[in-house]
Design a protein around this ligand. Structure first.
Ligand code: 9WN
Length: 438
């Protein structure tokens, strides 16, 4: 007979609780990252959310990605926020009247019907689209899901690989810390220090209405985020001239992982995938060539404006473990770094921290300067499994599930004790919990 897999009462209730978070955060066409702090649609959040949602409702997972892609710009960029017009302007800063996408973004092809931001976030979308497809290929084919998404995802990658190759070495650059998704990571401190901050009284931070100030970026950071974003807007979102341009290992690793997924999508649609696979391998070589530091055993960011590597150990420098074509010695070296004193996997920490435990800027509470995040740990879990580290992956998975449940699906947690920080009922934490349970 068939063996029926019974996950047992504990994971059954974890599953139900995670499903409830995604249910509560669903708006009808997409999912907010969190009801209070982030009341709109965010780009890379939606990709992670879709990866979890596919286990509950493949249809909702498809719609999540379709809604995001409906807001794509003519030049191919997928905006980092799609604003919900029924949410009051002062609920989140910066709001649509700051970005002014429909006027300032006109030349770059911003959509007319929805308001968006003008910057991007990591390209997890093709990977998510492929995983959503395989959850229910019949439904996906019946709805023409991949055939509708494929040209848009291809345009998105084209935008990143052409307009955003600011360093000329084949990799994509981010032009704002919000684009890479780890807003106040210490890697940005040096390049941000050259930016003159907007004066504090010229904007009002809505995030402090919801989160503890000690868990969030500082006012000085915000002043610089605002200055960079308004300069970009004032240049009508034309790429190339901004003060801030950084090649980041996680952003590029996700682009490469998504390029492999696009190859699979192309194949499913009856097209040829060889050119895309070859490109993913070339990009992996470029990543190693430009960002790998053999002595430190990890990847670093490159500041395109100075040409120098930024010697801060952030979790972004471990994310390339996701890549299948990574040379064996590099994968081994990344695993050693993960287990060593800077990240403590399998030793001191519960989950992999966002930043070096021994680093000068380490702070166990402050956002991307130490706390552990569920999306980065989910990526590392996949990477460990891919490179044959089943035991380490298994214990990381168990720690992720325990911590997600105990923290009430927190946005992030302190790395040693797993104490909840930021928002609770955070969508990608719930979604990736569901993915790990399946
Ligand atoms: C700015 C939504 C987003 C995540 C980012 C996270 C945080 C926004 C903010 O929230 O950034 O985009 O207001 O702090 O850093 O990774 O996508 O969850």
């Amino acid at each position: 007979g068939t063996a029926v897999y019974d996950p047992g009462p504990a994971s059954r209730s974890l599953h139900l609780r995670a499903a409830r978070v995604l249910h509560d955060n669903w708006t009808g066409t997409s999912t907010v990252p969190s009801r209070g702090l982030y009341p709109h649609q965010w780009s890379w959040d939606s990709a992670f959310i879709a990866i979890g949602l596919r286990h509950l409702s493949p249809l909702r997972a498809q719609v999540e990605l379709e809604t995001l892609l409906d807001a794509q710009w003519g030049d191919g960029r997928i905006p980092h926020i799609v604003f919900n017009p029924s949410v009051p302007l002062d609920a989140y800063f910066p709001s649509p009247d700051f970005w002014r996408s429909s006027t300032a973004g006109r030349a770059a092809g911003a959509p007319r019907t929805v308001q968006t931001s003008g910057i991007v976030q990591p390209p997890v979308h093709a990977l998510a689209a492929w995983l959503v497809h395989v959850a229910d290929p019949g439904l996906s084919r019946a709805r023409g899901f991949l055939s509708r998404l494929y040209p848009r995802l291809a345009a998105w990658h084209r935008y990143l690989l052409h307009r955003r190759d600011l360093g000329g070495g084949g990799l994509a650059s981010v032009v704002h810390p919000w684009e890479q998704g780890m807003d106040n990571a210490p890697s940005w401190d040096a390049p941000l220090s050259r930016v003159t901050p907007a004066p504090p009284r010229t904007f009002r931070r809505a995030d402090l209405d919801h989160g503890a100030a000690s868990d969030r970026p500082t006012d000085l950071d915000y002043g610089r985020y605002v200055a960079l974003a308004s300069d970009y807007r004032d240049r009508e979102y034309v790429d190339g001239e901004g003060e801030f341009a950084v090649e980041d290992p996680a952003f590029n690793a996700l682009l490469i992982a998504s390029e492999y997924a696009l190859a699979r999508i192309a194949q499913e649609l009856g097209a040829t995938a060889t050119a895309r696979r070859a490109r993913a391998e070339r990009l992996t070589a470029a990543l190693v060539e430009r960002l790998w530091d053999p002595a430190e055993g990890m990847f670093f960011c490159r500041d395109v404006r100075t040409g120098e590597l930024i010697p801060e150990r952030g979790v972004a420098g471990l994310v390339p473990l996701l890549l299948p074509a990574l040379p064996r010695e590099i994968a081994d070296s990344l695993v050693r770094t993960l287990r060593g004193p800077h990240f403590g996997l399998g030793g001191a920490t519960r989950l992999v921290p966002s930043y070096d435990l021994t680093g000068e800027a380490f702070d166990p509470h402050r956002y991307w300067r130490g706390p552990a995040w569920f999306n980065t740990n989910w990526m590392l879990e996949r990477g460990l499994r891919l490179h044959g580290e089943q035991a380490l992956a298994g214990s990381l998975r168990a720690a992720l599930l325990d911590t997600a449940g105990e923290s009430g699906f927190a946005e992030y947690v302190t790395p040693y004790s797993g104490k909840a920080c930021g928002a609770l009922g955070f969508s990608w934490t719930a979604a990736l919990t569901l993915d790990l349970l399946h």
